[in-house]
Design a protein around this ligand. Structure first.
Ligand code: BG6
Length: 492
């Protein structure tokens, strides 16, 4: 259904995320008539752009980044008057007092009933200041019981901390002023249709789940390759690196959806409980073990990017072997890779099934090759879809066998465009549905796993950071990870 009337307050409203993702998503929701009738946006930013100059700036961004082009003027006519601005600092009580006045005015003018969604589209270092500013100005109200009105919700963007300790500290700060139910930790991968479809694929079909375990699956490969480099985000990225940027959140979430047990229901807490169990079952890696299971890389030229330290050791690529120590997954490795500046953009999960027990067809003719195990590929992006490879007889007099594929393609099967992750996620926050958001305990679990790996890499005990040429599939050293188990990367 449509969300309650509300005001969305965006901190960091002139930043990259707001321009590329948030305004386009809100605009598209408005175009599709999914926003409440009584709705407003208050943009809070340190820039001095106000009033129509700010609206013009937003419009220019939309002309570049809105999903539907050319920009729909009728929607813009509805959208622009819902856009208000407060320019202020993050550490200045007077600015927050002005925000409060603006919110009162907007709530009256747009009849938003005082419901407010605060979106932190700012660097993580500003979160404590903003939280403090909001709390001091009386703009946060702890939810004492479900359904309390007016509601106050807070959306934060990753990284949720820099390591386990800072993640705990952030969670303490959040829980000092808000109930966990009011906090929405965005992981935009969970908003992707193809990622949501992992659970539907597994649990709305009877034929895959009986095979979804150590008895039938040999290993799982998860790849998130990007063609782009750090693209002007060098300062942020150099402090972050690929493990904090992609693995701690996006890829562990994808892994959890693939590895979790069936939830007792599709309710937010039931799903999040099961995902947390997967994180708890990840086999810890520390110290020298990291050198065996993890290969880090940095693309050539990275150190010359703006904002990057000339002697930086920050990895822009990582390949690793993860194990989920659960009944279901014992002995099934998950090989996970992520990197920037690689040869192609490709995010997918491939489930590699075991080989047939005996080679009935071996030697049945000169062209009979070794049988390839079945592979199920969940293509998250691009060419969104799912493919299953299997062996087939090549037509002819002898038994010659070749691999073929059954392929499902979103673009061919559905005539609707795939919405952007942020559209779905923003709508869910407004509706108060936390299913697709990361919960405090699972974020901390994910950090517990990742922090010792980061420490080992940072100290050098976890191995060197290999360089790789841009436009390749990453450092060759990464091949050793599956090779040690007699396997190889099959993608990229
Ligand atoms: C973001 C990272 O969270 O995800 C970026 O900060 C990365 O570095 C991006 O490029 C990848 O997202 P997508 O949706 O393009 O796969």
């Amino acid at each position: 259904g449509r969300p309650d009337p509300c005001t969305v307050v965006i901190f960091g409203a002139t930043g990259d995320l707001a321009e590329r993702k948030l305004f386009p998503a809100l605009f598209e929701l408005d175009r599709s008539h999914l926003l409440p009738d009584h709705f407003a946006i208050v943009a809070y930013s340190r820039s001095k752009l106000v009033g129509d100059a700010f609206r013009e700036h937003v419009k220019e961004g939309l002309q570049k980044f809105a999903r539907t082009q050319p920009l729909d003027e009728a929607t813009w006519k509805r959208f622009a008057p819902r856009l208000e601005v407060v320019s202020g600092a993050y550490d200045d009580p007077a600015s927050f007092a002005r925000l409060r006045e603006k919110l009162d005015e907007v709530s009256r003018h747009h009849a938003t009933d005082g419901n407010q969604l605060y979106y932190m589209a700012t660097p993580a270092s500003t979160f404590p200041q903003i939280l403090h500013g909001l709390a001091e100005a009386g703009l946060l109200k702890r939810e004492e019981q479900p359904g309390q009105r007016p509601w106050r919700r807070l959306v934060i963007e990753k990284p949720f901390g820099h390591d386990l300790d800072s993640a705990r500290e952030l969670n303490r700060e959040l829980s000092a002023v808000l109930d966990e139910k009011q906090v929405f930790r965005i992981d935009h991968y969970l908003g992707k249709e193809t990622v949501q479809n992992i659970l539907v694929f597994r649990f709305a079909n009877a034929i895959f789940e009986p095979l979804w375990n150590r008895n039938h699956i040999d290993h799982v490969e998860i790849t998130a390759a990007e063609k782009i480099g750090v693209e002007g985000r060098g300062g942020f990225y150099d402090e972050t690196g690929v493990i904090r940027d992609m693995v701690q959140n996006h890829l562990l979430q994808v892994l959890a959806l693939c590895a979790m047990e069936p939830p007792v229901s599709f309710a937010a807490e039931d799903i999040r409980d099961e995902k947390t169990k997967v994180f708890r079952a990840l086999r810890p890696l520390e110290g020298r073990e990291v050198a065996e299971a993890v290969v880090a890389g940095q693309y050539e030229g990275y150190r010359k990017e703006k904002g990057v330290k000339p002697d930086s050791r920050t990895p822009t690529y990582v390949a690793m072997k993860m194990n989920v120590d659960s009944w279901r997954w014992q002995g099934v490795p998950f090989y996970v890779r992520a990197g920037k500046n690689l040869k192609q953009r490709l995010t997918e999960v491939s489930i590699h099934f075991k080989s047939v027990p005996i080679g009935l067809f071996a030697g049945e003719g000169a062209t009979c090759q070794r049988l390839q195990p079945n592979v199920l590929t969940l293509r998250i992006q691009p060419k969104e879809g799912i493919a299953l490879s299997f062996e087939s007889k090549v037509p002819g007099e002898d038994v010659s066998i070749a691999g073929v594929t059954m392929d499902f393609n979103y673009a061919e099967s559905f005539d609707k465009p795939v919405p952007e992750a942020y559209e779905r996620l923003l709508l869910d926050c407004m509706r108060g549905n936390a299913t697709l958001f990361a919960r405090q305990d699972s974020v901390e679990q994910a950090w517990s796993y990742v922090t010792p790996i980061l420490r080992a890499l940072e100290s050098g005990e976890g191995g060197e950071v290999h360089t790789y040429a841009p436009g390749t599939s990453g450092p060759d050293a990464a091949n050793a990870i599956p090779a040690r188990d007699g396997r190889r990367w099959t993608r990229l």
